[in-house]
Structure formats: structure tokens, C-alpha cells
Ligand binder design. Structure first.
Ligand SMILES: C[S@@+](CC[C@H](N)C(=O)[O-])C[C@H]1O[C@@H](n2cnc3c(N)ncnc32)[C@H](O)[C@@H]1O
Length: 193
């Protein structure tokens, strides 16, 4: 969040429209709304969107490889390794092309990717990560297969917070290599699709 704030301060937008891709639970939209942006959040997962909707009013079920908008957005984000969920180079190309269509000369696309080195180290945990709070219990277990370069993460959350879903679980799969090695081979010409 510190880095993101620094980027937003360094490159102030003329108009405050924000689109968050693969929004997960909607944290990023809330962050932008708090800074005066009009934010829209998209995700493929309906359970994620249900949680996101508690944080931000405009959520849309959509695939980041094919975005259902005509307007442009001044700030577009895709954060917390969401691009690693795209496992083929063509998927990544489609996502960047879709984003380019929604950008004007005042737009910035802010994204991150997991570097290759993180998977064997961080995704090969022997024991699950466990966090306990007053009203929640969270477990995250990971597995990394060097042969297929696929990382798997499963999360289980139990909550007693008012209004929150009591139990939720999710399984993610990410490929280790795409972004860091593939990004250099993506060239997007707006309107070329
Ligand atoms: C690591 S989580 C998102 C974290 C979120 N960006 C944040 O800032 O808190 C990855 C998300 O990507 C979503 N996702 C994966 N593939 C997608 C796709 N093709 N289009 C849209 N969302 C996708 C998943 O449903 C999941 O919610």
C-alpha cells in the first residue's frame, strides 16, 4: 500500500476513475475510493465478488482477458500476483490487449507479478501458515511442483464476525514462469485486436 500510495502521489490522475482487475475481496477498490476515485472491480469468482461487494458498490463478474467496458479508466490495477493466475502466454497477451483498450493518455496500468524465485521458497511450505484473530481463523497451505512449475495454494477461513461468511475456502493455481519471462515478449498495439 505504501508503494501504491507513492505511485499515486507521483503520478496524479486528472480524473479519478479506477478499475481493479481480479479484485479478490475488493481491498484495492476500497483503497482507491478512500482516495476519491470512482472504482469498479472485476473478478471471475462469484464468491470473491460477494465479499468484494461489502467493500465497494461497483463489482462486475468478468474475465480480465476480455473486459466488458467501453469507457477508459485513469488508473487500472491488477495486484497481489493476480497475473500469475494466467497460465499461458496468449492469456497474458489477451489481458494486456484488453487493458490497453481501456486506457487513455492519462491512464496508468499498475500491476505486479510473482518472480520465479518465490515459488520454491514460499510456495513449498511444509506446514500451513495459520493466523488467529478474535473473530477468525485462517489457514494457508501451499505446494509447488518444479516439474510442471505449478504452485497450488489452498486457504480455509472460519469467521464469527457479524455479517461475514462463516466458513470459506479457496484453491488457487499459479504457474511460476509466465510474467517474469514472458512480459518482455508482449507488444500491444491499441486497436490491433
Ligand atoms: C490473489 S487473488 C486477488 C487479490 C486482489 N487483486 C487484491 O488486491 O486483494 C487472485 C484473484 O484473481 C481472480 N482471477 C483469476 N483468474 C482470473 C481471470 N481470468 N479474470 C478475472 N479474475 C481472475 C481470482 O478469482 C482471485 O480472486
Amino acid at each position: 500500500m505504501k508503494l501504491l500510495s507513492a505511485i499515486l502521489d507521483r503520478y496524479p490522475a486528472k480524473t479519478g476513475t479506477h478499475l481493479d482487475l481480479a479484485c479478490g475481496t475488493g481491498l484495492m477498490s476500497r483503497f482507491f475510493e478512500e482516495r476519491g476515485f470512482h472504482s469498479t472491480a472485476i473478478d471471475l469468482s462469484l464468491p470473491m465478488l460477494q465479499v468484494a461487494r461489502r467493500r465497494t458498490p461497483r463489482v462486475v463478474a468478468a474475465d480480465l482477458r476480455s473486459l466488458p467496458f467501453r469507457a477508459t479508466f485513469t488508473r487500472i490495477t491488477c495486484l497481489y500476483d493476480s497475473l500469475n493466475h494466467l497460465q499461458e502466454l496468449d492469456d497474458l497477451r489477451a489481458a494486456f490487449a484488453a487493458v490497453a483498450e481501456l486506457m487513455s493518455s492519462d491512464s496508468l496500468f499498475i500491476f505486479d507479478v510473482n518472480d520465479e524465485a518465490i515459488y520454491p521458497k514460499v510456495w513449498g511450505m511444509d506446514e500451513p501458515f495459520v493466523a488467529e484473530g478474535e473473530d477468525f481463523h485462517l489457514e494457508i497451505a501451499t505446494r509447488f511442483r518444479p516439474r510442471t512449475r505449478l504452485g497450488c495454494r489452498s486457504t480455509r477461513r472460519i469467521s464469527s464476525a457479524p455479517g461475514a461468511e462463516r466458513k470459506s475456502s479457496a484453491l488457487w493455481q499459479e504457474r511460476r514462469s509466465p510474467p517474469s519471462t514472458w512480459l518482455t515478449s508482449i507488444h500491444i498495439r491499441k486497436g490491433a485486436a
